[in-house]
Each structure stands twice: as C-alpha cells, then as structure tokens.
Design a protein around this ligand. Structure first.
Ligand SMILES: [Zn+2]
Length: 125
C-alpha cells in the first residue's frame, strides 16, 4: 500500500496510507463510494477530521477505581453538554474499559502476591 499523494495547504504531502487501488487516503479520496462513506462517518460522529483543542496541561490521574469513576462522570457530562464529540467519547469509553480491566488485574496480582507471602511465611522460610 502506497502513501496518499494529496498535497496539503502547507504544500506538504499527506503521507497517510492510501486506500487499496486509490492514490489517496480515506480523507482525500475522490472516489464516490469513499466520499459517501466519509460524509456518513462525519454525520455519525465516528470520524472527525478536526477535534476541538483540549488543554494538554489538563492531566487526568487514573490510578484508582475512584479516579476512573470520577473521570467517567465528568466525561458523561461533557458529552451531555456537547463539550466533547461522540467519536472522542467512544474512544475514552473504550480506553476506560481497558483501564478498568488493568486495574482489576493489578489488584488481583497484589492479592495473589500477599497470599504467596503468607504461604511462604507459614512454610517457615
Ligand atoms: Zn491523504
């Protein structure tokens, strides 16, 4: 698969991966079926070319279950008030889900470790 040959306003090449049988990527293809899919994606909010700027200094700690719950509450409200788009909210939901799994696994690890220590102590090591 080649690179998209589209030249951007700043005269740089797009360089996103081109679609199969196309010299352009999903964003720049002129093929009617791709244009249609692109417009649909825009409407559905699944694909968004330009996202609203987010303050990058706004670092969110997500180390505990409480952090995640607070984060989800905030995100839900931001979606409700239209502060963030659906596409981004979907991604955040997806990532939060993975994070919850990881937090659970970590807690389980800690518990297993504690149990192992108890067993070793009982063996008189
Ligand atoms: Zn392109």
């Amino acid at each position: 698969m080649g690179e998209c040959t589209f030249i951007k306003k700043n005269s740089e090449k797009c360089a996103s991966p081109a679609l199969k049988g196309d010299e352009h990527c999903f964003t720049h293809s002129n093929r009617p079926e791709v244009v249609e899919r692109r417009e649909l994606a825009h409407r559905e909010g699944g694909y968004c070319g330009k996202l609203p700027k987010i303050d990058s200094s706004e670092w969110v700690e997500l180390k505990t279950l409480d952090d995640v719950v607070l984060f989800l509450e905030r995100t839900a409200n931001e979606v409700r008030t239209g502060k963030i788009d659906r596409g981004r909210a979907n991604t955040l939901g997806y990532l939060t889900n993975i994070l919850l799994g990881a937090l659970e696994a970590r807690d389980l690890d800690t518990r297993v470790e504690m149990l192992e220590r108890v067993v070793i102590m009982r063996k008189g090591h």
